[in-house]
Ligand binder design. Structure first.
Ligand code: GDP
Ligand code: MG
Ligand code: ZN
Length: 355
């Protein structure tokens, strides 16, 4: 049985986070954006990068810099993100962002990577806006593949209304991982196998994201930048090599990067993201993100069963797992998520069966 201690830090930080968020709300630190957001606009630019107080905006095929409207009294990178559509006005040679077109989606996470508790808690980091499709990139080998990472991403994407595709890169290194991720096909997540080395599957990936605003997410070193390179058919994106010592990719992309592929297609490259925010989810709704439970959970004895500490005899999800009808890996991911939210131990009432 794998161990689940990796999420300890996640648990201890959670309560601190909640307090901090409540405090921020109470102190009225909410940014006043009334009138800033409009429902639609015909003449707009697309934000491709945001610095502290400046946005780089793609407008009529040119990248221009723009400042945020002064009266909003905030800094640009707090309210505008790559992928945002903005309306601008020219004011004495300065481009001023006057309005933001309301978003279709917003992808965000809470920073939990820092070891310094105070710096890391409760900071929601918005990654990108108006994303149509996210490609979760994993590697067949190096860095190692963890289903729990995929599952958390799937939850966040589904919750944000963003279509998900799973991409297994480095597939030329034939490994068990190819078999392992086939469970996602069973829950209707398209799975693409790619190799930037052997030029495999690049067209499949292109077909998936053409005509969309796409984002590539996944751990550092899985090959996101290489894939974008292959799609863009150019070689000016810096890729890193997986360090032999740690088997973890070095961070070469420190901020998200926006690539314009063709007139209607763009790709955002993100730095390796290790932890993902699922703290806004309710315990009882986690199972909604595991559609393969659906046929079984209807049969559970207790209507509010979360298939966790309820007895095996009363829980058909547990029985479905035991009988191989539900992927054990996916159930374990589910349990790890519940555990991280509730600090409860893994249920240990499965009948004995050596498999
Ligand atoms: N074997 C193999 N290595 C790859 C493949 N794609 C990328 N890599 C290597 O994996 C490392 C990390 O790639 P990079 O694109 O920087 O990953 P990123 O951190 O996700 O952007 C580099 O050494 C790449 O050359 C592939 O298809 N097969
Ligand atoms: Mg990269
Ligand atoms: Zn149940």
């Amino acid at each position: 049985m794998p161990h689940y201690k990796a999420y300890d830090s996640f648990q201890t930080k959670k309560s601190v986070e909640k307090k901090k968020r409540a405090k921020e709300k109470a102190s009225g630190k909410q940014i006043e954006t009334d009138g800033f957001i409009v429902n639609a606009a015909t003449d707009y630019g697309i934000v491709i990068a945001v610095r502290y107080d400046t946005a780089h905006v793609l407008y009529n095929d040119n990248v221009i810099t723009a400042k945020l409207r002064n009266d909003l009294n905030t800094i640009c990178n707090q309210i505008i993100f790559p992928g945002d559509k903005v309306v601008m006005e020219s004011d004495n040679d300065t481009n001023v962002i006057t309005h933001l077109v309301s978003r279709t989606t917003l992808l965000s996470r809470v920073k939990k990577d820092s070891t310094r508790l105070d710096d890391s808690v409760g900071l929601t980091k918005n990654i990108a806006a108006n994303i149509d499709i996210a490609v979760i990139v994993v590697a067949a080998k190096e860095p190692p593949l963890h289903e729990r990472f995929i599952d958390r991403y799937l939850m966040i994407l589904q919750n944000s209304g963003i279509e998900a595709v799973l991409c297994l890169n480095k597939c030329e290194l034939a490994t068990d991982e190819i078999q392992r991720i086939s469970i996602y096909r069973d829950i209707n997540i398209p799975v693409i196998k790619t190799s930037t080395r052997e030029k495999i599957g690049i067209n499949d990936l292109k077909q998936c994201i053409r005509g969309k605003q796409a984002i590539l997410v996944g751990n550092s070193g899985v090959g996101k930048s290489s894939l974008i390179n292959a799609i863009m058919e150019q070689n000016d994106i810096r890729t890193s090599s997986v360090s032999e010592k740690t088997k973890r990719g070095r961070h070469t992309t420190t901020a998200s990067k926006y690539y314009i592929w063709d007139a209607n297609s763009s790709i955002i490259d993100t730095p390796g993201i290790r932890s993902l925010d699922i703290s806004s989810f309710d315990l009882s709704e986690i199972q909604d993100y595991f559609p393969e439970f659906n046929d079984w959970k209807k049969l559970c004895k207790y209507g509010n069963c979360i298939h966790f500490s309820e007895p095996y005899d009363s829980c058909f999800v547990k029985q479905g797992v035991f009988n191989g009808m539900i992927s054990r890996k996916r159930y374990e991911s589910y349990i790890r998520i519940i555990e991280s939210m509730e600090n409860r131990p893994f249920p240990n009432d499965f009948p004995n069966k050596d498999n």
